[in-house]
Design a protein around this ligand. Structure first.
Ligand SMILES: *Cc1c(COP(=O)(O)O)cnc(C)c1O
Length: 221
């Protein structure tokens, strides 16, 4: 078994049923992705539009591609025809552009709303109040071709486990609150994307349904 295949097998053995592994392949060559693919992995995450489209074009078409990075509105059109899930939606203007491109492609685009849960200033995302205002707005109701299927967040990069757990708990509270207020009858609102190589076991303990794991699958970058 290749190193990548055995990494995937080990990680998957530790994931509860229903928790999906997003193999984060950013900066890694197509040959590494094929190794993971041949080990049965079908969901891959990338954080740059150009890299994502290039890999989409050269790899098998049954791969489910997730955009996990910060997405600029002017680049949505390049991934709109094929991307399965956009994790990092952090503004109404971005959501509006995603809707516009999805209409052109005759698709309904699944997205996650990104929340700001970390202590670091550099991380993107909504506060709970901002997200509630967005979803309650008339502008949001016009967006016929986007479907919010859940939330995403990144914990602080720290050795302080209690801090990380607290941040994941907060994201779960946000998820539950939005579910209650807006999506109680929407079975599709079900995804909680949280957890990376260094912290995914904490994220799972707090209710993650999607872990985004790069270096523990493919090695360091
Ligand atoms: C790079 C990245 C990951 C994966 O990080 P690792 O520490 O390599 O597992 C997960 N989520 C996002 C948003 C990323 O940019």
């Amino acid at each position: 078994m290749s190193a990548i295949a055995s990494n995937i097998a080990k990680i998957k053995a530790g994931l509860p049923a229903g928790v999906k592994l997003i193999a984060v392949s950013k900066t890694k060559p197509v040959s590494d992705i094929l190794e993971a693919y041949n080990a049965g992995q079908r969901i891959f995450g990338e954080n740059k539009v150009q890299e994502l489209t290039a890999k989409f074009e050269s790899l098998p078409k049954d791969i489910e591609w997730h955009m996990i990075g910060h997405l600029q509105s002017n680049k949505v059109k390049y991934i709109a025809p094929f991307v399965a899930l956009i994790h990092g939606v952090d503004s109404l203007s971005l959501l509006t552009e995603i809707n516009k491109q999805a209409v052109k492609c005759n698709r309904v685009q699944d997205v996650l709303l990104q929340f700001y849960i970390a202590q670091e200033e550099t991380k993107f995302g909504f506060s709970l109040d901002e997200a509630v205002q967005l979803i309650a707005s008339d502008a949001f109701k016009q967006l016929t071709h986007v479907r919010v299927v859940g939330v995403m967040g990144m914990a602080s990069f720290t050795d302080n486990h209690d801090q990380v757990k607290k941040e994941f708990k907060t994201l779960k509270v946000y998820f539950d609150e939005l579910k209650k207020q807006f999506f109680s009858n929407a079975g599709y609102f079900s995804e909680l994307s949280m957890g990376m190589s260094g912290d995914y076991l904490f994220a799972i303990a707090e209710g993650s349904t999607m872990v985004r794991i790069g270096s523990s699958v493919f090695g360091g970058r």
